[in-house]
Write a protein that binds this ligand. Structure first.
Ligand code: GDP
Length: 140
């Protein structure tokens, strides 16, 4: 399988509970390498752009409010089949449906405050990485 890069966010519920290291440990144990990482406070504009695909969904306002409610850690993860692998490590969107051992099963608070984001496809990974990182910030 090819080496890929995917985009990850450790969401405000994770920074608030000081569990970013615990989540990074699960990421690394899965064989993914954190090749870029920074802690930022997302602006409303950044969050609205990032989640534009969900603009018409009833939870959009709540989602933007949540993502701008505290610091987040944005990351680029690298590894074999990184996009699908990270989705597996994250678990289902709703933590009550997430498989045992996944980040969301272990740490998520609810379907909204679910600790992590991971890109769902190669094309979105590329766009999402470019929204938050310039090339020289990614060191593989
Ligand atoms: P993901 O790819 O597993 O993150 O899930 P989606 O792309 O479907 O949704 C994006 C994000 O929107 C999720 O991770 C949640 O934070 C949020 N979200 C999804 N569904 C709901 C919902 O029913 N209520 C709320 N409040 N947030 C939701």
């Amino acid at each position: 399988m090819a080496i890929e890069r995917t985009f990850s966010i450790l969401k405000p519920d994770a920074t608030e509970r000081n569990i970013t290291g615990a989540i990074n440990a699960l990421i690394e144990q899965a064989g993914l390498r954190i090749v870029a990482q920074k802690r930022i406070r997302m602006t409303r504009e950044q969050a609205e752009t990032f989640y534009a695909v969900h603009k018409e969904r009833p939870f959009f306002g709540e989602l933007v409010d949540f993502m701008t409610s505290g610091p987040v850690v944005v990351q680029v993860l690298e590894g074999e089949g990184a996009i699908a692998k990270y989705r597996d490590v994250m678990g289902a969107t709703d933590p009550s449906k997430a498989a045992d051992g996944t980040i969301r099963k272990l740490h998520a608070k609810s379907i909204g405050e679910n600790s992590v984001h991971g890109s769902d496809a190669a094309e979105t990974a590329k766009i999402e990485i470019a929204q938050f990182f310039s090339g020289n910030e990614i060191v593989g």
